[in-house]
Design a protein around this ligand. Structure first.
Ligand code: EPU
Length: 429
């Protein structure tokens, strides 16, 4: 099995570019289903989740071609409305197929995505919202079978929590529904706004996207569109934190600093110098970070997908930080692996107390999800000796080439097939 192997101790220096956001492109691929024809997305990262969703789309009958960051999709007039279990089982975003398929074809069969490495992750808000729009949904042997023989009806849906996915699913459903819709307590993430822009290019009529109330006037008058995917704020934040922990200076291009307001404020509070420009940001790390408290919240709060990476930074801070995780019950699964490297972190319920240590020491660790993997890489950048990170397939879901990008900044990092002899040589056991 391939692992990421790195030797810590090099301050990162230089410039790294980020591409389109995983959490924007997946939704934008799915939203093309509402309208037949030739759609194009640019700035598309070649990550495992995009490739997996391309397979799902091909199974439905969409022709997909990804080359040189351009994804062309030809959506046919007639297509399958059944998503294949083996392809969508591990992909949460597949629940977003329901809205577009139901609104366009009046039927959909999508296997219910289970819990994952971040915890239970229910989909009740997606289903309740679609039911309010007139869909009949039942779970048959693990597959969500949806019907709306007369199409979906526009209505007002109030979300109990500003769920990113439920907001996106309902936006895509409402765009083609009969009459007007409103999503109250909608998520305000930049990825929602970017989906709104793409839908508008397709002829959808939306207002208030990016605010807590989104209004949509349904129309069947839609056309295919070309859209440039917004930049990946989580990749940008990951590289900022990688630079910060090493005491180096990293410039990140192709990003939107305004999307990272809270995270950059916290990095500044930890002693980093941050410069922001149009489409770029520069982070210079301190000799040693200072402790900072933060709580994850929906946008514009601190993003849960940058929580593990920030804790990696704070694990070597001077002082104690208190972290509160408000989105996922399973987010702290990376803590045991950081502790193996010498981090002093105590968790209870949704809180972590991170007592900064002077140094970490490299050892074999295992990524349990995408962001846990990124956090372990960040920790390895300052650990004494060698760190090897397994579970690389998680990292590949969200980062096109983390190893290449970090080695371009000077990190001693490589990808390697590891066996027991390699481990004995590297770690002495
Ligand atoms: N939730 C419910 N019921 C629902 C929907 C959500 O209880 O019907 C709960 C979730 O369990 C979670 C919270 O609401 O506790 C927020 O979930 P949300 O729906 O906002 O998240 P998502 O749409 O499932 C997307 C990203 C995640 C990111 C979250 C939060 C994609 C494909 N995924 O998930 O990204 O953490 O928004 O910003 O866009 C990642 O990239 O590593 C990742 C996990």
């Amino acid at each position: 099995m391939s692992e990421i192997v790195l030797e810590g101790g090099v301050p990162l220096r230089g410039s790294v570019g980020v591409l389109g956001a995983k959490n924007a492109v997946l939704q934008q691929m799915i939203s093309t289903l509402i309208c037949p024809g030739w759609h194009r997305l640019s700035n598309v990262p070649d990550i495992a989740d995009v490739r997996a969703l391309m397979e799902v789309m091909e199974h439905l009958g969409v022709r997909c071609d990804l080359a040189d960051k351009e994804l062309a999709m030809v959506v046919p007039e007639r297509m399958s409305v059944e998503a294949p279990l083996e392809l969508v089982r591990s992909m949460r975003a597949s629940i977003l197929l329901l809205g577009p398929l139901l609104t366009r074809f009046g039927e959909a069969k999508v296997p219910l995505p289970g819990g994952d490495d971040l915890g239970a992750r229910p989909v009740d808000m997606h289903l309740n919202g679609l039911r309010q729009m007139g869909a009949e949904l039942e779970l048959v042997h693990g597959v969500l079978v949806g019907r709306a023989p007369r199409g979906l009806e526009g209505t007002e849906v109030e979300l109990p929590f500003p769920s990113v996915g439920a907001t996106q699913n309902l936006m895509m459903a409402a765009v083609m529904a009969r009459g007007d819709s409103a999503i109250i307590n909608a998520a305000r993430e930049p990825e929602i706004e970017d989906l709104g822009v793409q839908l508008e290019k397709m002829g959808a009529r939306l207002s208030g996207v990016g605010s807590p109330i989104i209004r949509i006037v349904g129309t069947r008058n839609l056309r295919p569109a070309a859209h440039r995917v917004m930049s990946d704020r989580i990749a940008a934040g990951t590289y900022a934190m990688a630079g910060a922990i090493t005491g180096g200076e990293v410039t990140i291009t192709g990003c939107e600093p305004a999307h990272l307001r809270m995270e950059l404020t916290k990095l500044e509070a930890a002693g980093c110098e941050v410069e922001r420009g149009e489409g770029w940001l520069r982070v210079a790390g301190p000799h040693r970070p200072e402790a900072v408290d933060f709580a994850t919240l929906p946008y514009p709060g601190f993003h849960t997908d940058l929580h593990p990476q920030m804790v990696a930074v704070l694990s070597v801070a001077t002082g104690t930080s208190v972290i509160t995780e408000n989105l996922y019950d399973g987010r702290f699964r990376y803590v045991g692996e950081l502790a193996r490297m010498g981090a002093d972190i105590y968790t209870e319920w949704q809180h972590a107390i991170v007592r900064g240590v002077e140094s970490l020491s490299g050892c074999p660790v295992m990524a349990t999800d995408i962001r846990a993997g990124a956090a372990l890489v960040i920790a390895g950048l300052v650990a004494d000796g060698v760190t090897s990170i397994g579970g690389v397939e998680h990292i590949d879901r969200g980062y096109a080439d983390l190893v290449h990008d970090l080695s371009g900044l000077g990190a001693r990092i490589r990808r390697q097939d590891m066996n027991n002899d390699d481990r004995t040589r590297l770690f002495g056991w």
